[in-house]
Design a protein. Sequence first.
Lengths: 113, 115
Amino acid sequence: GQQVMQIPQYQHVQEGEDFTTYCNSSTTLSNIQWYKQRPGGHPVFLIQLVKSGEVKKQKRLTFQFGEAKKNSSLHITATQTTDVGTYFCAENMTTDSWGKLQFGAGTQVVVTP
Amino acid sequence: DAGITQSPRHKVTETGTPVTLRCHQTENHRYMYWYRQDPGHGLRLIHYSYGVKDTDKGEVSDGYSVSRSKTEDFLLTLESATSSQTSVYFCAISEFGGGAVQEQFFGPGTRLTVL
């Protein structure tokens, strides 16, 4: 079945630095969603990308969908301690319409003050 | 946060015993999902429901069954728990809008330990 690969698996960032996490698929995605999970918490929806080449921003977070709709990225500028957590991308499976998502393994982000 | 509760929040049980986890929502959303989360695997779909009494298998459904007799409740049953089912279980809900199923809202999770 379809699989999304997330890299890196771990990201250790100094506070104030920028970093990017990537989500790659071998097949064309219908759309992609991003979620954030704080330590000990539950996943929380961040954003959905639908269009080829789409770019969306949420304050210091910039989400991009590749032109070929096979990859996506999340870029965080000026990292803060509140950015700690695991970021998941999830692809919407195209073979049915029941909203099933295939999650990547996530990028665990640790921020050093 | 969306109105989703899971019970119990923590459970320790022994191998071979049956276990039922409950997900309850107050949002009247049509779609409900059960995931398990293990280190290095992200979230993996166990079963999902697209309406009352309408359920289907996800990618890791072996050893699990589900039931949905009411819109608000989605039950996950481990018929005979095994140590490999030690995990954190999340329930999620979503709704249809704008021509597509929208984002998923997750419950707080249930930490299950099978000894």
